[in-house]
Design a protein around this ligand. Structure first.
Ligand SMILES: [Zn+2]
Length: 366
């Protein structure tokens, strides 16, 4: 709730700043007859629009989960980011078109000192406002704010270009509006494409942030009785709604009652510290069996010869039944089934009367 309030407040500031700028630039543009300034006004109108969309998106994304959408509506925020990226791209294409026109047919506009002053103030306002929106967005991981903040910074650059061109036209009588405009349009288009790709990646699903997954594993590992934390997988339903699962290794002498207390504590404390609903699965570890530890050592040696195996975990041997189970975390580039077959053959060579059950794990997190 705190997060969405911040997004809405920041967006409202953006709308207010842009409304003032649109009015000032429309007036100045009409007075001076500068197409660049008028175009700039339209651009600012687009920014105000993207702030309005951010607010609507945040309101929709914040709706409480219901039976049909039990994971909530958080992913709407990604859609909002796509819409804003498209607005940025549209602004880039429009300004490229106008700049090309003005580069081919330069038109002298009459800039007065007052016009230049207004544009100068507008540049400073956009720059400060854009950086502020961006920094709040980064701080609370709101892609929509980062996108609309970046958009404002680019618009400030666009206006700065207009200002520079106006200055040059006043002093030397050369019109550079078009050429500067083309350069700035290219920067805007590049940013729009990058924003769009980043958001699309979030929708497709990306590897969890390394810092987060390492901090989570360290937290889980810090509990007495946890011998190791593996297979951490995180799924998100919007930037602030994450659910996940992890496997922990515990001694096979632990009772269900002890495991119950341990996993409950982990789940509750992880939720408090990270806001992540974590399901905890269990691997048993052999406590006192020399044959099991001998087998594990042999297995570790075999696995060590395969660079495509990133990790071996969850080893457990039931010596009386001659049965061992373990997991192999495979590099995504490797042919997992083939590597498993080779490991299995090596093991059978050494332990012909044993049965092995190997699960191939995906390399979900660092
Ligand atoms: Zn596993």
């Amino acid at each position: 709730m705190e997060r969405s309030r911040k997004i809405i407040r920041t967006s409202l500031i953006g709308i207010a700043v842009n409304a003032v700028l649109v009015a000032a630039k429309l007036a100045v543009g009409l007075l001076s007859g500068s197409i660049a300034v008028l175009l700039d006004a339209v651009n600012n109108l687009g920014d105000a629009l993207s702030s309005v969309i951010t607010i609507i998106g945040t309101k929709l994304a914040g709706r409480a989960p219901d039976k049909k959408h039990p994971y909530g509506y958080g992913r709407i925020e990604y859609l909002t980011s796509v819409v804003i990226s498209v607005i940025v791209l549209t602004a880039g294409i429009t300004s490229l078109k106008e700049s090309l026109k003005s580069a081919l047919h330069p038109q002298a506009a009459s800039y007065s000192a007052g016009v230049l002053l207004v544009i100068g103030i507008a540049v400073a306002a956009k720059l400060v406002c854009g950086q502020y929106i961006k920094s709040v967005g980064k701080q609370i991981h709101a892609q929509t704010l980062v996108a609309s903040g970046s958009d404002s910074v680019f618009d400030a650059m666009l206006s700065l270009g207009t200002l520079a061109a106006a200055g040059i036209s006043v002093i030397w009588g050369i019109s550079l509006e078009g050429i500067l405009g083309i350069l700035i349009s290219a920067v805007i288009l590049k940013a729009g494409v990058e924003m769009l790709l980043e958001t699309l990646n979030s929708i497709i699903g990306i590897r969890a942030d390394r810092e987060l997954s390492e901090a989570l594993k360290a937290k889980v590992n810090s509990y007495d009785g946890v011998l190791g934390a593996y297979d951490l997988a995180l799924h998100n339903y919007g930037p602030s709604e994450i659910i996940g699962s992890v496997h922990v290794e515990v001694e096979d002498s632990m009772t269900a009652r002890e495991i119950h207390s341990l996993t409950r504590r982990i789940a509750m404390e992880v939720y408090t510290a990270f806001g992540i609903a974590l399901t905890v699965g269990i691997y048993a570890s052999n406590t006192s069996d020399s044959r099991a530890s001998e087998l594990k050592k042999d297995l570790e040696q075999i696995v060590g010869r395969y660079p495509e195996i990133l990790q071996m975990h969850g080893f457990y041997a039931r010596v009386d039944e001659k049965m061992a189970t373990f997991d192999l975390v495979m590099d995504f580039k490797a042919d997992g089934a083939q590597v498993r077959e080779r490991v299995l053959n090596e093991l059978r060579g050494k332990y012909p009367d044993w049965n092995f059950s190997i699960i191939l794990d995906s390399d979900y997190s660092d």
